[in-house]
Design a protein around this ligand. Structure first.
Ligand SMILES: [Zn+2]
Length: 134
């Protein structure tokens, strides 16, 4: 059966306990959804989803308990914020496709994977700035 795992809100640090199946592996907790991940409410059967969408302090489910604790971790965005803050945050599970872990694409750091697509050779290109315009 499930067992409780603690997470904290990346906005304010409010600590929440979620009871879930042990076979799921956590990837990250983020203030925004990862691209390509489908999130479920903690009241739903989130084991079938790619992650869980929390509303800080407001998500209610038998498997969720909001503790009185506030994490003082360095990556809490607004440690001075009223806690719980009522904002959204997302717990993402590790996803596998064809036996390989699926990487998320960070919005601000889009990586182009080399070796994909045809290389376009740059041939002689009669540009608009050729010699002898006038
Ligand atoms: Zn919060």
């Amino acid at each position: 059966m499930g067992f409780p795992v603690s997470y904290y809100c990346p906005h304010c640090g409010a600590v929440v306990e979620l009871e879930r199946d042990g076979y799921l592996a956590d990837k990250s907790v983020t203030p925004y959804p990862l691209e390509g991940w489908a999130y479920a409410d903690p009241a739903d059967e989130f084991e079938d989803a790619d992650g869980v969408h929390f509303v800080c302090g407001e998500s209610e489910a038998s498997r969720v308990s909001w503790t009185e604790l506030v994490s003082d971790a360095d990556d809490v965005e607004n440690p001075g914020l009223d806690s719980p803050c009522g904002r959204d945050f997302y717990l993402s599970f590790v996803k596998f496709e064809n036996g390989r872990e699926v990487e998320s694409v960070p919005e601000t750091d889009y990586v182009v994977i080399g070796g994909q697509g045809p290389a376009s050779p740059r041939g002689p290109n009669p540009g608009p700035r050729g010699p002898g315009g006038f």
